[in-house]
Design a protein around this ligand. Structure first.
Ligand code: AP5
Length: 212
């Protein structure tokens, strides 16, 4: 079972990815998490990606395609994986197809911009694990601290309002054509979802589709 989750910044891809991968026992491949870890570890990939990420721009396709191909060839992806944050451009989607990696389902979470800005400004994250919270919609048990490790939560640098607005325009210009690319194809199966519903409702709808 190989799945792609699509949607603009803040649509809930990371939140759903975590819940679905746990339920389905498949590997979570979140390119944003991989890049943030690389930046924190100051690896060559991180050094190259940091400037693009801070500005809310996309990391170059060639870098991302190699990264994902290598990641999904790891043993933990053999039983299935969920891609969160990849592909993000038409060339990335075409490269994925050309590499022979089969995708069964594409779920597109649609959320209007005003809701996205509110979600991203209230988001707090635990970088080491990728766990995501929201001050109002999904608060941690103790405000400001991760539920599992009790380490402090941070606000992502690219969640500042001006950067968020730029990320949304990058999504409309560079990623929306890739969403349309999947919507027009018969395979993989493409499903449009209203991402403004409660977290549990979105998860349940995806699980319902997968069980048919
Ligand atoms: P990435 O980390 O992938 O960021 P993104 O796509 O912008 O998505 P986000 O992580 O911001 O949002 P999300 O949809 O996961 O929402 P979340 O679940 O957190 O990428 C970051 C950067 O890396 C990019 O800008 C780019 O530079 C680079 N990059 C990554 N992949 C790349 C690629 N393939 N090519 C090139 N560059 C790449 O939820 C958001 C908030 O809302 C949270 O607070 C959450 O608690 C809350 N929430 C979630 N669902 C709901 C709900 N249903 N109701 C209420 N609140 C909710």
């Amino acid at each position: 079972m190989n799945i792609i989750l699509l949607g603009p910044p803040g649509a809930g891809k990371g939140t759903q990815a975590r819940l679905l991968c746990e339920q389905l026992s498949i590997a979570q491949v979140s390119t944003g998490d991989i890049l943030r870890q690389a930046v924190a570890d100051k690896t060559p990939l991180g050094e190259e990606a940091a400037g693009y990420m801070k500005a809310g721009a996309l990391v170059p396709d060639a870098l991302m395609i190699d990264l994902v191909k290598e990641r999904v060839s790891q043993p933990d992806c053999a039983k299935g994986f969920l891609l969160d944050g990849f592909p993000r451009t038409v060339p990335q989607a075409i490269a994925l197809q050309a590499s022979g990696i089969m995708i069964d389902w594409v779920f597109n979470l649609d959320v209007p911009d005003a809701v996205l800005v509110e979600r991203l400004s209230g988001r707090r994250v635990h970088i080491a694990s990728g766990r995501v919270y929201h001050l109002v919609y999904n608060p941690p048990k103790v405000m400001g601290f991760d539920d599992v490790t009790q380490e402090p939560l941070i606000q992502r640098e690219d969640d500042k309002e001006s950067t968020v607005r730029h990320r949304l325009s990058v999504f409309r210009e560079q990623t929306q054509p890739m969403v349309d690319f999947y919507a027009k194809q018969l395979l993989p199966k493409y499903v449009y979802l209203d991402g403004t519903q409660a977290v549990e409702q979105v998860t349940q709808q995806i699980l319902n589709h997968l069980s048919h």
